[in-house]
Structures are given as structure tokens and as C-alpha cells.
Design a protein around this ligand. Structure first.
Ligand SMILES: Cc1cc2nc3c(=O)[nH]c(=O)nc-3n(C[C@H](O)[C@H](O)[C@H](O)COP(=O)(O)OP(=O)(O)OC[C@H]3O[C@@H](n4cnc5c(N)ncnc54)[C@H](O)[C@@H]3O)c2cc1C
Length: 340
């Protein structure tokens, strides 16, 4: 069946900030042939395009005068093993959290730390999603991509994806770049709990769990996230709005002399990650409200739509936060979501 391209579509239901923006053209695709077809359609020739999954890492600041393609490609299949890991190929349009839960039900643990991250499987490699001591790159064999420039399908192994902290080759390629149509996850045959992260450790302790199973870890992560993060169905948000800044160790030492309670982690190579939430809170902005946009009172890293905010209002608040942190600490906060 030919894919339908609609015009003048509201993107409000398609972004977790819940902000209004209209797409000049919009299509949802369930397979690669439909993707190829909509990208080549004459009515959108030469227009900008944007690939969309669950809209949980994006801020629309105005209407999009081009084509938005929502990736809805299904699929879930065990494809064998690579010696140390079971391999499972998953379509880009599947729900990320749904996939983590399904793998656990299928006795293929390994992704519990990344439970309850909203969005699609196809977007997970874009910023190399991470949480509670684990990043996607550690559980990925490779990705399948469609290249709109050549029309070719290609497979990239994990080493070719250029992963970094909330970063990848695909993120750097930007809107005109390759489209992820499927991923192959690598789940360790010898499962070990990744439970060293303080929040996880404390939650397990509070639950009286000494030797956690994968299910214990999954339940602990879900409980922590439900407590700390706003549910986008209730309060519009895109999770952490800023990355934790990475600075040379010497700069961290200088800051600690001035601010002994600064939260930071050594990440090796003479570099440290600073807790952006701490920096924002120290500027007195935790819980700040500007019109219909706010800094979430329980987690300063999260910006929220208090009801009816525009993308512009949220962006203005983000800039205020960046300015405050720059003036006070001389540190540039980089947004994590894609601003369109
Ligand atoms: C409450 C909450 C908590 C969150 N917690 C975390 C967390 O702990 N860790 C974390 O890393 N992230 C977190 N996020 C951010 C977000 O959920 C992830 O980045 C997620 O992977 C985004 O998926 P999505 O399908 O919604 O992507 P979208 O928002 O639809 O897209 C994000 C970017 O990826 C591109 N893109 C999407 N799909 C594809 C594709 N198939 N091919 C090519 N490009 C594509 C888009 O063009 C856009 O640039 C959180 C968000 C929320 C709302």
C-alpha cells in the first residue's frame, strides 16, 4: 500500500514536551519501501526533512516547513549469537521500554538499567542512550541504516557508529543523515548486574535485595525513575535538558576549592563529568517558573511544560539557565534534545 503524505499536521501529539508546532507535510512509515517512497515524493522534493520516533528528545520551537517522517517500523526476532552474546534484531519503530521489558520476559537480560527511557528503538543509537551506569553502545551489535542520499541499505557494526557520551555519528550527521531502520542488540550470555550506581545501590538496599536478579534491577530502576522524573503524560518534558559537562580535572579542582559540595565524577583520561543539575540548583533555578515553562522542582536538569507553553518559552528558559551557569561557573551547558 502506498504511503500517505498528509499536509498541515499538528505535531503536538508527537512530542513529549506537548508543544504545538505544525508540519507542512507528515508521513508515518512501516517499512523501508514506504520510507524510500515518501522521501522521493515529488511534493516534498527539495524540502527539509525530519525523522521522528517518539518525540521524547526534541523541542519544536516553531512550525516545520518540510516533511516529518515518523518511523513506525516493527520487528523483533532472535538472530543467533556472537559467542558471548545473544543477538536480537529489533525494528526501529518498536518502543524502547517495551523492548527492554520483552527481552526480560524472554529471559534475555542486559538492558534493565535503561528501562523506562521513553521513545523508539531506532532513536536509541542517535544519542547512545544511557542511564544508571549503562550505555546502549555496551549492548549493541550494530544498526541497519537507510541512506537517503544513495537509497542504499547498509549495516554498521557498533565500532562504526562513532558513539560517545549522548553522541553518535548519526547525531552529528543531523537531519539530512542516515535513517536507522533496525538495530541488533547484544545481550550477554553471562549476565552480571550493573548495580554500582549510587541511586540503584540505595534502592536495592531499601528493598532488602542483596544479590539482585535482572528483574530486581529492572524494578529498582523503574521505581527510581517514577519517583524522580516527571511522566510526560502528566507534565510535558524531554528528560534531561542538558548534558553533564565534561571538563579537565584541573578545572574541577579549581571549582571544588570554591564550591566544596560540587558533584562530579572522574571519567578517566584526566577528565571529569560535572553534575549539571547541581550547577543549575546552585544558581537558584531549581523549581524556577517563567510563564508556562519551568525547571522541575525535583530534578533541576529537567525543563517542563507547565501547560500550554510554546517551544519558544521553553527555549528562552533553557537560555536563561545556560547564561546563569556560564556567568557563575564559566561552564557552557549543552542541550541534550534536538532543538528544531
Ligand atoms: C521522562 C524522560 C526521561 C528520559 N530519560 C533518558 C535517559 O535516562 N537517558 C537518555 O539517554 N535519554 C533519556 N530521555 C531522552 C529520550 O527518551 C531518548 O533520547 C530517546 O532515545 C529518544 O527517542 P525518540 O524515539 O523519542 O526520539 P525522537 O525525539 O523522536 O528523536 C530524537 C532525535 O533522533 C532522531 N531520530 C529519531 N528516530 C530516528 C531514526 N530511526 N533514524 C535516524 N534518526 C532518528 C530525530 O530526528 C531527532 O534528532 C528521556 C526522555 C524523557 C521524556
Amino acid at each position: 500500500m502506498a504511503a500517505t503524505i498528509e499536509s498541515g499536521v499538528s505535531l503536538r501529539p508527537f512530542n513529549t514536551f506537548g508543544v504545538e508546532a505544525r508540519a507542512a507535510f507528515f508521513a508515518s512509515v512501516r517499512d523501508v519501501d514506504r520510507l524510500r517512497e515518501v522521501l522521493a515524493a515529488p511534493q516534498v522534493a527539495g524540502l527539509p526533512r525530519l525523522i521522528l520516533g517518539g518525540g521524547s528528545n526534541i523541542l519544536f520551537t516553531g512550525d516545520f516547513d518540510g516533511l516529518v517522517v515518523r518511523i513506525d517500523i516493527p520487528g523483533y526476532a532472535r538472530t543467533g549469537d556472537d559467542g558471548a552474546n545473544w543477538l536480537v534484531r529489533v525494528g526501529a519503530g518498536e518502543s524502547w521500554h517495551g523492548t527492554v521489558a520483552r527481552l526480560l520476559d524472554d529471559e534475555l537480560p542486559g538492558l534493565e538499567n535503561l528501562a523506562l527511557i521513553p521513545g523508539s528503538v531506532g532513536a536509541a543509537p542517535i544519542q547512545n542512550i544511557g542511564a544508571y551506569g549503562l550505555e546502549l553502545a555496551e549492548r549493541l551489535q550494530g544498526v541497519e541504516v537507510f541512506d537517503p542520499a544513495s537509497g542504499a541499505l547498509d549495516s554498521l557494526d557498533v565500532a562504526a557508529c562513532g558513539f560517545g557520551y549522548r553522541d553518535s555519528l548519526f547525531k552529528r550527521e543531523g537531519a539530512g543523515g542516515r535513517v536507522v531502520v533496525g538495530v541488533t542488540l547484544a545481550l550477554p550470555k553471562q549476565w552480571n548486574a550493573v548495580a554500582g550506581y549510587a541511586d540503584v545501590e540505595n534502592e536495592l538496599k531499601a528493598r532488602g535485595v542483596v544479590r539482585p536478579t535482572a528483574r530486581d534491577l529492572f524494578d529498582a530502576v523503574v521505581a527510581i525513575r517514577r519517583r524522580k522524573l516527571p511522566d510526560p503524560a502528566q507534565v510535558g518534558n524531554a528528560g534531561s535538558f542538558f548534558k553533564n559537562p565534561v571538563v579537565p580535572r584541573a578545572q574541577r579542582e579549581e571549582l571544588i576549592d570554591r564550591y566544596p559540595s560540587l558533584v562530579s565524577y572522574d571519567i578517566g583520561g584526566g577528565r571529569c563529568k560535572l553534575a549539571a543539575g547541581w550547577l543549575i540548583e546552585a544558581c537558584g533555578l531549581k523549581g524556577a517558573v517563567r510563564g508556562r515553562a519551568g525547571v522541575y522542582p525535583r530534578q533541576a536538569l529537567v525543563l517542563v511544560n507547565l501547560g500550554g507553553a510554546s517551544g519558544g518559552e521553553i527555549l528562552a528558559l533553557a537560555r536563561e539557565v545556560q547564561d546563569a551557569v556560564r556567568v557563575r561557573f564559566g561552564i557552557e551547558l549543552e542541550p541534550e534534545p534536538v532543538v528544531v
